[in-house]
Design a protein around this ligand. Structure first.
Ligand code: KMT
Ligand code: NI
Length: 179
């Protein structure tokens, strides 16, 4: 299971864990109530892995590419990291599978508090359309991730506030149902 915890209030270095004190872990069930699903897979044979193939088929994750985020490999590294860490939403699900390295996805809970999800090699996650979130590298400064998509990818981030989008309104309704 992915490890997740509530964040402290400090705005310093985004790459550090920022665990609230005392520690407040977030179980997978609570993430599911936010519409966040996760899986643990074997990334060493991702090209032939039947488990990955099954998830992709069942959920129509037909499109994929692989992104490597490291200062020497990603063009406009600093600028992209900044964009990834702006609080935003998308009109579609954001699906990521960590093939190597690690990083953090932060999501807002029902009370608008930040939950930090630690993503390590073998972790796959789906963030639902309309959820406010952000991404950062951790102190290892490196991640290689598969990006999956239902249909053709649309990467557009809508920075907060973006409450008038239908995807957001639908997501808020979804949250109310699981309250
Ligand atoms: C995103 O949308 O935040 C990214 O693609 C970056 C991270 S992929 C691990
Ligand atoms: Ni995003």
């Amino acid at each position: 299971m992915v490890q997740a915890w509530y964040m402290d209030q400090s705005e310093e270095d985004q790459k550090t864990p920022h665990r609230a004190q005392p520690e407040q872990r977030v179980p997978a069930q609570q993430l599911r109530e936010l519409g966040v699903c996760s899986w643990k897979l074997n990334p060493d044979n991702y090209e032939t892995d039947p488990e990955l193939a099954k998830i992709r088929k069942e959920r129509s994750y037909s499109w994929m590419d692989i992104i490597t985020i490291h200062k020497d490999t990603l063009p406009n590294y600093e600028e992209k990291l900044k964009i990834f860490y702006e609080e935003h939403l998308h009109l579609d699900d954001e699906i990521r599978y960590i093939l190597d390295g690690s990083g953090y996805f932060d999501v807002r809970d029902k009370e608008d508090k930040w939950i930090r999800i630690s993503m390590e090699k073998g972790d796959m996650i789906t963030l639902p359309a309309g959820i406010y979130h952000r991404f950062t590298l951790d102190e290892n400064d490196y991640v290689k991730a598969m990006r999956l998509f239902v249909g053709k990818p649309i990467w557009t981030p809508y920075n907060r506030p973006a409450d008038k989008h239908e995807a957001r309104e639908k997501y808020v309704q979804f949250l109310a149902q699981t309250a």
